[in-house]
Design a protein around this ligand. Structure first.
Ligand SMILES: NC(=O)c1ccc[n+]([C@@H]2O[C@H](COP(=O)([O-])OP(=O)(O)OC[C@H]3O[C@@H](n4cnc5c(N)ncnc54)[C@H](O)[C@@H]3O)[C@@H](O)[C@H]2O)c1
Ligand SMILES: O=C(O)C1=N[C@H](C(=O)O)CCC1
Length: 238
């Protein structure tokens, strides 16, 4: 299929390399405002841009009736508005904070552990994410997804970024965001008591997992209409 890359940075370049190996054509790539005529040539668009461009890029695809997969994080304040526009436009859309198959399996593990720990009042839960120093947003979108799963299963009601002046941490999950050169993405959930700690970690070694998952999602979405999640994709392939 013909793929348009909206965002041609670390992820865009990784997706290009893998997509060509899978027999696809990159018909358009941009790291600036979209050329509508060029975008119209695509069967599907894959957006890995920046937080302040994603909503514009995604809704442009809805306008042009181009199925769009977005992995850009840090724009979810506009997610509900994007969904509304997608439905009105009869569009096709998948957003995921993390497209890696491994991370989506980790999401399932996180949900199971959160339910297991829900009534263990002696344990306090905390999250830590480590990414490369070029990352614009904190905490990571993946960490927010993990925290939301834990909120759904426990009496925690919100999350906060550690080391920020915040008065009320009652029933709030602390997320530590660490930035270290060249780290693709590591996420750890820990449940600690006075006696012991239970911990699960996902460590990405490269960006290939994110890219492969996004391409698989684009291949899956191409002939569908509606708003879907990576779970919909995974349910059909694992
Ligand atoms: N969902 C996932 O699996 C996943 C995995 C990795 C990264 N990400 C997210 O993807 C995004 C990109 O990550 P990255 O490491 O490739 O960043 P990057 O900075 O290397 O690449 C982003 C690119 O977008 C370009 N850009 C800026 N404005 C643009 C616009 N208006 N339209 C199109 N492109 C524009 C930038 O010039 C840059 O080249 C981040 O939000 C990151 O959190 C998500
Ligand atoms: O490299 C990044 O930036 C990543 N962003 C996503 C997030 O914010 O969770 C996925 C992991 C890598």
């Amino acid at each position: 299929m013909k793929i348009a890359l909206l965002g041609y940075g670390r992820m865009g370049k990784t997706i290009e390399e893998l997509a060509i190996k899978r027999g696809h054509e990159i018909c358009y790539k941009t790291s600036t405002a979209i050329d509508e005529e060029a975008l119209k040539e695509a069967d599907v668009a894959i957006d890995f841009s920046v937080p302040n461009a994603a909503f514009t890029n995604i809704t442009m695809c809805f306008k042009l009736n181009i199925p769009v997969v977005s992995g850009t994080t840090g724009w979810l304040d506009n997610y509900d508005k994007a969904i509304e526009i997608c439905h009105k436009s009869n569009g096709s859309f998948i957003y995921a904070s993390n497209f890696s198959i491994g991370v989506n399996l980790f999401f399932k593990l996180n949900k199971t552990l959160a339910h297991l720990m829900a009534n263990q009042q002696d344990y306090a839960v905390a999250l830590k994410e480590i990414h490369h120093t070029k990352k614009l947003d904190a905490p990571s979108g993946t960490a927010i997804t993990l925290a939301e799963h834990i909120i759904d299963a426990t009496d925690n009601t919100k999350w906060h970024l550690n080391n920020q002046d915040s008065k009320d941490h009652t029933n709030s999950i602390g997320i530590t965001a660490e930035r270290t050169p060249d780290v693709p993405g590591t996420h750890t959930i820990s449940y600690s008591s006075k006696i012991d700690t239970i911990e699960i970690t996902h460590t990405a070694h490269t960006r290939e997992g994110f890219a492969l998952g996004a391409i698989i999602a684009a291949e899956w979405l191409k002939d569908k209409t509606g708003v879907f999640t990576m779970n919909d994709v995974l349910d059909s392939i694992i």
